[in-house]
Design a protein around this ligand. Structure first.
Ligand SMILES: [Zn+2]
Length: 251
């Protein structure tokens, strides 16, 4: 966890408060949470922080809290990046399912900075061995994450940039908890795998339709139902699957 800033909330002794800020941890029973609690470290993840690179041995698992969002990116040989999944307070990043040695396949980058709880994966592994509850919860989370990635393959191949942008903003809105998403157009372009100029055009169009309002580094959702109509079916498909597989974690 070198290089991570200490979260101001640590001083308040607010670990249980942070637990509530991550839906996956909040879904744990009191006994299960007690197993993890001594090993959970509150950290602040700055935007742009790389949590792991492809091939790295994943030794730390991060539970994003509140508005923090992390992208799992696939990196191609010519150093281009495409987002494969977005993980916020509904989930965890790194080593959540597999056991033991875990080389990372993609790059994990903090897209929206904020608080998280970090735990050495060795402690998570021990907890999974000790209680089937962890294995069940984390396997269902992995199923929901896989669904997100599968839908993403179809979405990237079949749907327009404005539909995909609307989808991404809706998913971020769910996790942000209010109508403002702190996000630059560069980040949005990275996550959608399009040029910055494409994002500028798409956000201008969504704004002209009265659905969003963009400020410097912020996107405000003005008309949520309208944005849902503007998005492709992928947003709803993923959310519905998540709600069926992990009803206790739905954001
Ligand atoms: Zn789509």
């Amino acid at each position: 966890m070198t290089g991570l800033m200490t979260a101001p909330l640590i001083a308040l002794g607010s670990r249980s408060f942070l637990r509530q800020a991550n839906r996956l941890l909040a879904a744990l029973g009191a006994r299960e949470f007690e197993v993890l609690e001594p090993h959970l470290e509150p950290v602040t993840l700055p935007r742009g922080k790389v949590l792991f690179e492809p091939g790295d041995d994943v030794t730390t698992t991060y539970f994003p809290c509140r508005r923090t969002m992390v992208s799992l990116l696939i990196v191609t040989g010519d150093r281009r990046e495409v987002e494969a999944a977005t993980i916020g307070r509904e989930g965890a990043v790194g080593g959540i399912v597999s056991q033991g040695h875990k080389p990372a396949f993609g790059r994990a980058v903090v897209q929206i900075g904020g608080e998280a709880l970090a735990i050495p994966t060795s402690h998570l592994d021990a907890a999974k061995i000790g209680s089937p509850f962890f294995g069940d919860l984390f396997a269902r989370y992995a199923d929901a994450l896989l669904a997100q990635m599968m839908q993403g393959v179809a979405c990237n191949a079949l749907h327009r940039a404005d539909q995909r942008c609307a989808r991404w903003l809706l998913a971020s809105h769910d996790r942000a908890g209010d109508g403002v998403i702190h996000l630059t157009q560069e980040s949005l372009a990275e996550m959608l795998g399009v040029q910055r100029t494409t994002v500028t055009g798409v956000t201008a169009e969504l704004q002209s339709r009265g659905l969003i309002r963009t400020h410097r580094g912020r996107v405000e959702i003005v008309d949520r139902p309208g944005l849902e109509r503007a998005a492709c079916e992928c947003y709803r498909a993923v959310e519905n699957h998540f709600a069926r597989v992990l009803p206790e974690v739905t954001v």
